[in-house]
Write a protein that binds this ligand. Sequence first.
Ligand code: GLA
Length: 394
Amino acid sequence: MNPLQTKVSKVFTDNFNAKPIIVRSPGRVNLIGEHTDYNGGFVLPAATDKSAFLAILPSNKSTGKWISIDLDRTVEVDFKKNIPFSDKKDSWANYILGVIEQFKNRNLSVQPFDCVIAGDVPIGSGMSSSAALESAVGFAINEINGLGLDKKTLARLVQQAENEFIGVKCGIMDMFASIHGKENHAFRLDCETLDYQYFPLNLGDYKIVLFDTGVKHNLVESEYNLRRQQCEEGLAFFRKYFDKSVKNLSQVPLAWLQASKSQLNPIVYNRCQYVIEENQRILSACEDLQTGNLKDFGIKMTATHEGLRNLYEVSCKEADFLVDSCWHESSVLGSRMMGGGFGGCTINLIKADAIDKLFDRLSISYEQKTGIKLKMYSVVTANGTEVLGMRYEV
Ligand code: GLA
């Protein structure tokens, strides 16, 4: 049993004198397909064994007590009010409140509950610790209230919680990946239709490894929202001058873009070029995965980084340094920044027996360059959000 499962369970029983149900909800990695989710394109994520754990039971009162073990904080919540916490120390509780609000918006009644949370998804690493927590909460509320929402609906609900209550205009990838992950598999999600297909991860002698830059630049949110606007501007252009029925930027043919070079703002042009090319790249990367051609898969990861750095401009010098260093290594098939950008992790495909030595060397040069201690996570894939052990009888 995962020690965090034992821990949340024990703290719950100590505080509330009852045996809770436990929900585990994973963080995610994304193999390829970055900044395509909010452009209606494809992504290729996998859920990891790093997860949020939630112990929960209805409180039978109009209030609930929520405990974060990691932050050593406890909040009392009045379920009639749903008022966000303004104290930064308790902002973690807003991720729970946001999800409750979405159930209420759908006229689904949520019984007040007590809960205890803990997790080992590294915060700020770009592995979506917040989506893991929100997905755990959505899944648990659905369970203890017997609401019967399906997984796609839950993922959409959780995304809306993040968009509306937390105010981060993220796409659907993170929560969808957390909820739908499957051990030893990645899955290709069409973010327009929400259709998805699992791909076995047969990596042979290679492993997926993350190097954590240890930085999260302030720009991340404002630049993320700006990229969304620039993509919307591009899409509006193609709708106006080419085909008004085109649904999203990912569907725009490259030829339309190339024919528009003189009319489009050069920055918008670059953003569109990246998105259209990235979407094509994912499709051929999935073929590489199916045929076991990891070398070509790695080349595409690297091309993604070039696009994110030069056309989409969401990388940062720390991630570039790690990626550039890895590209020179014969044991590395592919390396790129992962997630929204401006920090977080790079994702790498590395020969298993070379990982430790590479990490040792990279740690030294990275610390010399940035003054930051490098962290590494070897990715182990896992199943998506689930109730562990005892289920709740409604
Ligand atoms: C963040 C967002 C995701 C996605 C990625 C970029 O992680 O939360 O929705 O847009 O950036 O691919």
